[in-house]
Design a protein around this ligand. Structure first.
Ligand code: ATP
Ligand code: MG
Length: 395
């Protein structure tokens, strides 16, 4: 037996006491969804405190078990709820097998190393300390890496279990957070901008399964912003799988607001109509919150007074994970989650249509409600939600 596999350390899920089993099952489902497209057979195996993914190269598949395990490990680094992802080798319970596996795992490294061994099965013929010394000296013989027990560059872990031995290195950090779906469902208002994809990522990481709603300026604009939203959702789909993008052509509704004399309140009236449409769609999708990329003070619609006026438009909670972040921090995160390049592509954002010369930074709720009453805004929102086009931008 010399089986390449992947070892996953759980994130915060370990704190969840009684519901833990349910959350673990959800995480297992998410893991299976994530590897679906890889062409690799994966078996999910819950062990004490860790998940082991056993990898079978597909019959007649393109790659061997080694490469398959590398692919799976890479994919796992995008799944929410995992603290660490480690490539591992599962071997027979014999010291020589463990030594060979360890030597193989650290090939091609540089810097110092240490070996930490643990025996869950005390019947194993040699002690943890002895095993660590044996493996350490063999690695030194083989590659000449210096040992550093305090702050090694690479740590080799050996776990002697009841039926097998796992050999692995520290691996790489996972996304952390909670498994997607654990906190329920939300609908993200997705522009083609930088902020809303980051907001979506943050809420997925707190366990919300996200659907996406984009408003294009069509028929007053071209479809470019829809392509961007599609591309962004496709990137974000790596973190949850099975995402849906709903697209609403908003241009005519914007024109109605403008010709009803919204004036300085045009942008705020648009934003409230977007939220109302979001709430109507959320009800159909059984989503129980809206998510936006608002950040306090970033643009005129995001003053505290205006945010309060936006909250007044719907009864659903509006989650704003970026509220306290600086633009440079948001940009940094957008780069890290690989949405920035798409957000920076040019498009004609619907919000830049029909913009008044002056923008109200202290919108009064009564004034907004009056404009909406004239137009039957709640009916408009229902109709817009009903006419939304659904896309499946899976990877
Ligand atoms: P972003 O970078 O996300 O576009 P922004 O800084 O440009 O945000 P606004 O244009 O005021 O700020 O939008 C604030 C939030 O309103 C966005 O983060 C998004 O959640 C929502 N929103 C704005 N425009 C649209 C749109 N066309 N479709 C869907 N949601 C939108
Ligand atoms: Mg925007």
């Amino acid at each position: 037996m010399h089986e390449p596999c992947v070892l996953l350390k759980l994130g915060e899920i370990v704190l969840k006491g009684r519901n833990r089993q349910q959350f673990e099952r959800l995480l297992h489902d998410n893991i299976r969804r994530a590897v679906r497209g890889l062409g690799v057979g994966v078996r999910v195996w819950q062990r004490e405190g860790v998940i082991v993914l056993r990898v079978a190269a597909a019959e007649g598949g393109e790659f061997g078990a080694q490469t398959a395990a590398d692919l799976v490990a890479e994919r796992m680094s995008q799944v929410m709820g995992l603290a660490r992802v480690c490539r591992a080798i599962r071997v027979a319970k014999e010291p020589e097998a463990a030594i060979e596996a360890a030597v193989q795992l650290v090939a091609g490294r540089s810097g110092t190393f240490a070996v930490r061994a643990r025996r869950r099965d005390k019947r194993f013929p040699i002690t943890s300390a002895e095993l660590a010394v044996m493996i350490g000296s063999r690695i030194q013989q083989e590659y000449g890496y210096p040992v550093n027990l305090r702050a090694p560059d690479t740590t080799v872990f050996i776990e002697v279990d009841q039926h097998e031995v796992f050999v692995f290195t520290d691996g790489r950090p996972g996304q952390g957070g909670l498994p997607v779906g654990m906190s329920g469902r939300a609908l993200v208002l997705m522009s083609g901008g930088i902020d809303s994809p980051v907001a979506a990522y943050r809420m997925m990481r707190r366990g919300l399964r996200c659907g996406y709603l984009h408003f294009s300026g069509m028929p007053l604009t071209g479809p470019e912003s829809v392509y961007k939203a599609y591309g962004l959702v496709r990137q974000l789909d790596r973190y949850q799988s099975d995402s849906r993008l709903y697209v609403v052509a908003f241009g005519n509704a914007q024109r109605k607001l403008a010709s009803s004399g919204a004036g300085k309140l045009q942008i705020m009236a648009q934003r409230r109509l977007m939220l109302k449409t979001g709430a109507a769609l959320a009800a159909r999708l059984k989503a129980t919150a809206l998510v936006t990329g608002d950040s306090l003070g970033q643009v005129s619609s995001q003053t505290l007074t205006n945010i309060t006026a936006l909250d007044d438009a719907v009864r659903l909670p509006i989650l704003r994970p970026l509220i306290g972040m600086d633009k440079t921090e948001i940009i940094g995160e957008a780069r890290r989650i690989e949405t920035l390049a798409i957000s920076e592509l040019p498009d004609q954002d619907c919000c830049s249509l029909l913009t008044p010369r002056q923008v109200e930074t202290r919108a009064r709720i009564e004034d907004l409600r009056r404009i909406e009453a004239r137009l039957d805004a709640d009916d408009m929102a229902e109709e817009l939600a009903a006419a939304a086009q659904v896309h499946v931008p899976g990877s």
